[in-house]
Structures are given as structure tokens and as C-alpha cells.
Design a protein around this ligand. Structure first.
Ligand code: FAD
Length: 339
């Protein structure tokens, strides 16, 4: 049984969260398939990277450590991944659906003629029986993602080509350190053997990194507002509640489109994916494109004046009423009871 590979994004020695999330998921899939989990660490100054990647479940780390490999550039990274995959022939290869993964994944897959499912929200192992021939494919990767504008959840398989490739969005899967994990075994990639002048076609002259001012991804508590909040001014109430609870403010797309909140706060299929301990959905109807980005929250409270709002079906507690009346009460009684 061939192995599972995860491409790890590394910037200034820090491994991206999405890569660690994919290692955790990859470990789980590898255990189900009875194969090994291998990581690709391509960059510069990567000494000791195997200890961190081993903590998240990698058995083996293929390391390419060279000044030409950082910061990330498409061509040298593509060349090295292709070279490794041609030798190792992974059955599954996973990338983050980040700007790097979205750049790299399709290039590698087209060079290997493998196909790729972008922006998966779930990965599972399962079988498939071909309708016409009755042929059974065992232990396939189910690549699951919303399709047709989010109206259906599609399960996509790739029975005929390897690797089965997918990109997965940040925050969809959980990263977990494995207790008593061993450092992964290092396999060094011979960079000079594979890189040519053609990989140097693009030179980075200058880089400007913009700090994210709003980052709701890791917030333990999110107070999210929808179109039902009514105005930007009413969103101030949500900010007040979030501040009292020690959380962040999120928003539905309808609220962002109406100018009630910044785009960086949008949660859902075309926004960020979050999994806080507590999600308070205020004036949000709960369309699938929104719930795709928050349904993994540990506890969901909805505040909606429509008792039949779809969000109530996934909420642990549903408060029926007007947000402008309920939220001030929540703030008042939380302050009173937490003294
Ligand atoms: P509405 O659906 O208008 O719901 C407002 C809710 O507020 C209703 O349930 C109403 O009962 C309640 N309400 C009204 N007044 C009050 C009040 N005073 N007090 C309490 N409750 C009140 N949406 C996202 O959120 N994120 C995405 O990433 C996203 N991506 C999309 C991608 C595609 C391709 C498409 C087609 C759509 C996408 N959408 C996304 C849009 C999505 O389909 C919904 O339109 C959107 O989520 C609705 O936002 P809402 O719940 O705030 O508004």
C-alpha cells in the first residue's frame, strides 16, 4: 500500500496551521489504510523540522533545504514535488487550499495527470462500485466539498489515477499533537539533482507582507451577525457582547454585502472556516453556505425572531426574539453574574 503525502507550507521556519491540520487528518487516514504518513518540507533553514512534523503524525519527512526554496516560488517547489512523487508514487497527496496550495496543487496534478479536488471540507475513506461494470474499488479517498453554489455536498472520487489529490481549506480540520510522538524519519531530497535554470525563471525582487488586522480564525468565542442585525450601528452591540465574553465578531455574507461588517469577518463557504467553543449566531438564517464555515463549533446559540429559521436545526440553544432586545440582556446579565 503506497503512502499518504502532505505538502507542508513553511514561512520563516513556521509551518502553516493548514499543513498541521492536514497532517492530523492524514494520520487518521493513514491509520485507516494501514500505510505511512509522509510530509514534504521544502524551504530553507529547516533544521529540526522533523520533530515538529512528527508531533502531528508524520512518519517520514522529505526535506529539501536550500536558499533557492525560500520564499516560496512555484517552479522549484513544483519540480521537487513532481520528482518525489514520481519515485514514491503516493496514493494520496494533500495540500492546503491557501494561495500557495492553490498555486501548487493544480500544477503538480496536471504534470502527473492525476486530477485534483479543490477546497474539500471533509476527507474520508470508502469504496465505490461502478454502475456499468459492477467493478468494486476499495479504500478510495472520498473528497467531499460543497458544489453547485453550495446547494449540494458532492463526494468526488478518483478511482483510476494516482495520487488522489485534494486541497483543503484552513480551519476545516483540527490539528492535534500526538502524545509521545517520535520525530519523523528524515529523507533528504537532492535539490541539485532536480533543479535547473528553468526553475529560476522568476526572481523575487521584493516582498511586502500585510499584517492581518482582523483574524477571527482562532477565537474561542464568536458572536456572529447576519442581515437580521439590521445595520452597522446595531453591529456595535455584537462588538460589545464579544468584548464582554472575550471573543471576536463574525458575520454572514449578507451582513458583509450590506456593509455591516468587514469582509475579513465573513464566515462560510467564501469566507473563513471557524470552530470556536461557542458560536452565537445573531439574526442569521443558517443557509448552507454559512453553516459550512461554522457547523463544527462546539456549542451554537442562535438568536432569531423566526423560530423556524434553519440555523435552529443545528443550534444547541435557540433564543426566539429580536437581536436588539436579546443582546443587551445577555450583556447585562453576563456582567452581573460574572462579578
Ligand atoms: P438572511 O438569510 O436574510 O437571514 C436573516 C435572518 O435574520 C433571518 O433568519 C431572519 O429571521 C432573522 N432576523 C431578521 N430580523 C431579525 C431581528 N430583528 N432579530 C432577530 N433575527 C432577525 N453566506 C455566508 O454567510 N457566508 C459565505 O461564505 C457565503 N458564501 C456564498 C457562496 C455562494 C456561491 C453563494 C451563492 C452564497 C453564499 N452565501 C454565503 C450567501 C448565503 O446563501 C446566504 O444568502 C447568507 O448566508 C444569508 O445571510 P443571513 O443569514 O445573514 O441573511
Amino acid at each position: 500500500m503506497n503512502n499518504i503525502f502532505v505538502y507542508c507550507e513553511i514561512e520563516n521556519g513556521k509551518v502553516a496551521d493548514v499543513s498541521l491540520e492536514l497532517l492530523t487528518k492524514g494520520r487518521n487516514l493513514a491509520d485507516q489504510l494501514g500505510c505511512q504518513l509522509e510530509a514534504l518540507a521544502i524551504g530553507h533553514n529547516l533544521k529540526g523540522i522533523e520533530a515538529e512534523l512528527g508531533q502531528y503524525g508524520a512518519d517520514v519527512v522529505h526535506v529539501a533545504d536550500d536558499a533557492r526554496l525560500a520564499p516560496y516560488r512555484t517552479l522549484p517547489h513544483t519540480t521537487l514535488i513532481k520528482a518525489v512523487f514520481e519515485v514514491e508514487k503516493p496514493q494520496i497527496a494533500l495540500f492546503g487550499a491557501s494561495s500557495v496550495g492553490r498555486d501548487l496543487g493544480p500544477r503538480v496534478s496536471s504534470l502527473l495527470h492525476s486530477g485534483l479536488t479543490a477546497d474539500c471540507t471533509s476527507l474520508e475513506i470508502g469504496s465505490h462500485t461502478e454502475n456499468k461494470t459492477g467493478k468494486v474499488y476499495d479504500k478510495l479517498l472520498y473528497q467531499i466539498r460543497p458544489a453547485f453554489g453550495g446547494n449540494i455536498i458532492a463526494t468526488i472520487i478518483n478511482p483510476d489515477h494516482r495520487p488522489q489529490m485534494a486541497t483543503v481549506r484552513e480551519g476545516v480540520m483540527k490539528k492535534e499533537v500526538i502524545a509521545n510522538a517520535k520525530p519523523a524519519q528524515v529523507k533528504t531530497i537532492d535539490v541539485n539533482k532536480f533543479l535547473t535554470d528553468a526553475d529560476e525563471a522568476i526572481r523575487i525582487i521584493e516582498r511586502e507582507i500585510e499584517e492581518r488586522k482582523i483574524d477571527i480564525k482562532g477565537a474561542p468565542i464568536i458572536v456572529a451577525g447576519g442581515y437580521g442585525v439590521g445595520s452597522k450601528e446595531n453591529f456595535a452591540l455584537l462588538h460589545e457582547l464579544a468584548q464582554v465574553l472575550g471573543g471576536e465578531v463574525g458575520a454572514s455574507r449578507a451582513a458583509v454585502d450590506a456593509g455591516f461588517a468587514e469582509h475579513a469577518r465573513q464566515i462560510g463557504q467564501t469566507g473563513v472556516t471557524v470552530r470556536p467553543k461557542l458560536y452565537i449566531a445573531c439574526g442569521i438564517s443558517g443557509q448552507i453556505q454559512h453553516t459550512a464555515g461554522m457547523e463544527q463549533s462546539a456549542m451554537i446559540i442562535s438568536i432569531n425572531n423566526d423560530p423556524a429559521a434553519p440555523i435552529n436545526q443545528i443550534a444547541d440553544y435557540a433564543i426566539t426574539g429580536d437581536v436588539s432586545e436579546i443582546i443587551p440582556k445577555l450583556i447585562k446579565y453576563y456582567k452581573k453574574n460574572s462579578k
